[in-house]
Design a binder for this molecule. Sequence first.
Ligand code: GLN
Length: 209
Amino acid sequence: MSNPLVGVLAIQGDFAEHRHAIEQAGARSAEIRHLRDLEKIDALIIPGGESTTINKFDDNFGGQVFATLNDCAKNGMPIYGTCMGSIVLATHIEGREQRSTGLMDITVRRNAYGPQKKSFETYLDIKELGAEPFLAIFIRAPQIVSVGSGVTVMATVNDTIAMARQKNILVTTFHPEITSDMRVHEYFLSMIKKPEAPATATPALALSK
Ligand code: GLN
């Protein structure tokens, strides 16, 4: 697919930054505000923001939003969740009754690094992105505290998981869209062509349930 159309869920959060990043990476982009908008896209990004707001939105539509995302993922659409997006995609949210789409076999702990003022940035080694470390910005971020056996861990920060992939689903707990480094978005675009995840989980990083 030479010039894929990537939708960015535009209900809440930093969708404009993701549109800019994915366009820099070589794709076209569209804002997704209605369920019917999902029909025309090749891949979807769920941005950072506040996950409880997305849940309220889904509640208002009787669960149709999460149900439609499930259909898209099961039909093979690549979906990338950033920070809040990783919470929306997780099967389990630790210690809460919060609903989610359950599309990726991970457990997340919300606001795990502390409040907004404990936000931080650090360089991560991400093998799939090449030798150059990646500047990762964590903003009131969740941690991925465990992953199922079908999940490939791609990056960690202080022994906690910050990036992972399960087939056509990718998550980062950090925000690549607010840096000028487009490699995570380029990697996501490569998933449109390559639906299988790399078998690269390092034993030390495979924090299986
Ligand atoms: N703290 C938010 C939540 O738990 C996520 C923050 C973000 O996406 N930067 O929903």
